[in-house]
Design a protein around this ligand. Sequence first.
Ligand SMILES: Cc1cc2nc3c(=O)[nH]c(=O)nc-3n(C[C@H](O)[C@H](O)[C@H](O)COP(=O)(O)OP(=O)(O)OC[C@H]3O[C@@H](n4cnc5c(N)ncnc54)[C@H](O)[C@@H]3O)c2cc1C
Ligand code: SF4
Ligand code: SF4
Length: 397
Amino acid sequence: MRQTVRKSKAECTGCGACTSICPKGAITMQPDEEGFLYPAVDGGKCVECDLCEKRCPAGKPQQAHKSQVFGAQNRDGQLRQASSSGGVFTALAKEWLGKGGVVFGAAFDEALRVEHIGAFDEMELSGMRGSKYVQSDASDAIAHAAALLERGIPVLFSGTPCQISGLKARVGRKDSDLLLTVDFVCHGVPSPGVFASYLKELEAKRGKKVVRYAFRDKRKGWKDFSAVATFEDGTEHVGQQTTEPFLYGFLQNLYLRPSCVQCEALREGHHAADITIADLWGIQELAPDRDDDTGMSLVLLNTKRGRQAFEACRTQLSVFPIEDTQKLLRHNPSIAHPAKAHSKREAFFRHYQKHGFESEKVMKLLAGPNQLERVCTRIAHLPRGLMRRIRVLLRKT
Ligand SMILES: Cc1cc2nc3c(=O)[nH]c(=O)nc-3n(C[C@H](O)[C@H](O)[C@H](O)COP(=O)(O)OP(=O)(O)OC[C@H]3O[C@@H](n4cnc5c(N)ncnc54)[C@H](O)[C@@H]3O)c2cc1C
Ligand code: SF4
Ligand code: SF4
């Protein structure tokens, strides 16, 4: 009997589709020692039909498409403030709810774990707004979305590119105009276990519970975003991109999922989603007169369904076409290339497994070696003969 879906850790994206593809309910998602979820198979239930293997989308090439490219901003300033980029997700979602659909996206639960939930009205969209730089557990949502589609209910599903390809693998041939998929240009996802450990450290230091966390607070502007933890008594801990240890570690690729640094297949021209959204970094060069630093989205329309959905919500948005796509790549390399793991990733996880997340250690790892450590490393790498001569010289002096 199998114990696991036979995907290597480097391949498995953790999309969770296999949990609902399995007809015997033999697969659950379980955390590994780095805090990422992977499928685990209950050998007693598995009948070795191999459906999980056959339908798993990991590493399978996507059909190529040519996208139409736009810059866009939600006309509603409050919505824009609450969104990470230009608030295009909310415009698409509101339009979808208006026609009786259900919207799935990532939100924090009460324990500040990130998971995909379904929204049936506009109020329920608020928790989905804003990027959470933690891998979301989408396995239940993928199963629910597939069940709704089977009942003829329209579904908008928003998630990472690999979650969208997982959903498509689960839905299979039943994919229809009832389903609209929205992904984003993806830098990669950090470990949920590491984030939980970071919050624990923050709570222990302050002696109070964190009740809310925002990775993309815009109080200093869209470009210079901050991370803000709100405690139970209403006080806050505010950190910047290079001073807030968890955010800095994410941006420096210290604890991304192993599959993220190999993720070539779901990028430029190969997204599984109908629409891809992102930050329009480089706006100051591309369209300086539109740069008000409140958030601007990049929108890639990948399919006819995507173009129709964007057209339908266009009155909520201020939109302009983008011709120079090469400039986009310079400002947002994740459009075309996966991130490169930080050279200290292994050292981080060795320490994490013994001590949990320690902000001081993370900042030290990210700062690199100090001058004395650099000199010692250089000496250690000198050729043996030269080392011997230096030792003789030192003994003589
Ligand atoms: C982990 C991660 C990495 C990203 N990397 C880049 C990048 O390299 N370059 C770039 O330009 N943009 C990146 N983005 C996308 C960008 O940050 C915005 O989320 C996107 O532009 C949408 O902005 P918005 O204002 O339209 O919507 P918002 O209101 O900000 O909505 C956010 C949407 O993202 C979804 N979402 C939030 N967190 C997660 C999560 N953890 N997993 C799955 N879905 C989630 C929500 O369901 C919602 O649909 C990333 C987002 C995430 C979550
Ligand atoms: S379906 Fe998703 S979670 Fe399951 S093995 Fe494949 S990539 Fe991993
Ligand atoms: S980088 Fe690739 S594998 Fe990682 S979360 Fe994004 S789409 Fe999935």
